[in-house]
Design a protein around this ligand. Structure first.
Ligand SMILES: [Zn+2]
Length: 345
């Protein structure tokens, strides 16, 4: 059976595009091209989060979508708000009679931080590079009314699944392979904690991931096999999540021992002047960003630049920025602990 793409509709949504003047918590990392979804929980209400994202310079976060739940009342349960366009189309929005610019290719700081990779996170960064986290994943937050243990309501569950299925179909992921994206070569249905030292989207979502993925797979299957003749035999029930590639996948020719030796010792200098060595970490975000860039530039392990220094440039109770330098002037920068690392040189 072949899959036909393009028949999984975008579920109804309320367009609440947030203009640049209200929020700068995004980067232009080039053309946005969704290959999957990263799921979050708000620690807030649907409309409270809508207001939170419209505070100008005080807005330090942005996501593409928010989905209401049981704590948002009958009018909000299951409602999808779109705050940012995953396709990166620039436009303008009219607010109280004034036209406000919405820049093209806004990659929200949604999935960022990227300070602690786990689960499918290391393979994602290793294969696709650090910029893909916010540029190539659609970020979807669910409302929890400010309490992380709030269960997903049936309407919220269904809206999350319908929206996620739409974007996976858009990314041309066949239903039998979801959550693995064969075009990207990695799993691209992600949970925020896989990139960050947080537990977001918390137990009500993480405990139901198999249920979510099975429902998403059903919606994908319905759209992708639309119009095809019914099979002669009764189809088997949907299998649980397919076997996923082990997360110890490494690019051809890259051996972990050789990478560790080449990386060397990264001296991390804290803001208080103390120093400590950091070594190659197969699950580390810096290590995997370094590998991904090496692959992208078609370098052998021996051609990879050695790690030099990690500077913690500024520190107070809630903000610091980090700079990591390598040989050949490779430079990684993170403007804030909650923002993804980016290559600035
Ligand atoms: Zn999150």
């Amino acid at each position: 059976m072949t899959s036909t793409f393009g028949n999984v509709p975008h579920p109804p949504f309320v367009d609440r595009l947030i203009p640049d003047t209200h929020n700068r918590a995004w980067d232009d990392l080039g053309q946005r091209k969704p290959i999957g979804v990263c799921q979050h929980s708000m620690l807030g209400s649907l409309w409270g989060t809508d207001a939170y994202f419209r505070r100008g310079a005080a807005s330090r976060a942005l996501t593409d979508y928010g989905i209401g739940g049981s704590t948002d009342g009958g009018q909000g349960d299951g409602v999808i708000l779109r705050w940012n366009d995953p396709l990166g189309r620039g436009t303008a929005v009219d607010i109280d009679g004034v036209s406000h610019r919405v820049s093209a290719n806004r990659a929200p700081w949604a999935n960022g931080g990227s300070d602690d990779l786990e689960g499918d996170g290391p393979a994602f960064v290793r294969k696709l590079g650090i910029a893909a986290i916010n540029r190539d994943l659609v970020s979807i937050e669910r409302s929890d009314g400010g309490i992380e243990s709030t269960p997903m309501s049936p309407k919220q569950f269904e809206s999350i699944c319908a929206l996620t299925a739409h974007w996976f179909d858009h990314a041309r992921v066949p239903w039998e392979q979801f959550p693995f994206n064969p075009g990207a070569g990695v799993t691209t249905h992600m949970l925020h904690y896989e990139f960050a030292s947080k537990t977001c989207p918390f137990a009500p979502v993480t405990n139901r991931i198999a249920e979510l993925q099975n429902r998403i797979r059903q919606i994908l299957k319905a759209g992708q096999t639309l119009g095809q003749p019914a099979p002669a035999t009764t189809p088997a029930p949907l299998a649980p999540s397919p076997v996923q590639p082990a997360d110890d996948w490494w690019p051809q020719g890259y051996a972990i021992d050789a990478l560790a030796a080449r990386f060397g010792v990264l001296m991390k200098k804290e803001a208080d002047g103390t120093e400590r060595p950091a070594r190659f970490d197969p699950k580390g975000v810096i290590s995997n960003a370094w590998v991904a860039r090496g692959v992208a530039e078609q370098r052998t392990v021996a051609q990879l630049p050695i790690a030099l220094r990690w500077w913690v440039l500024h520190s107070n109770e809630d903000q610091r920025c980090d700079l990591v330098t390598f040989d050949d002037r490779w430079t990684l920068f993170r403007p804030d602990q909650h923002v993804a690392w980016t290559w600035i040189a």
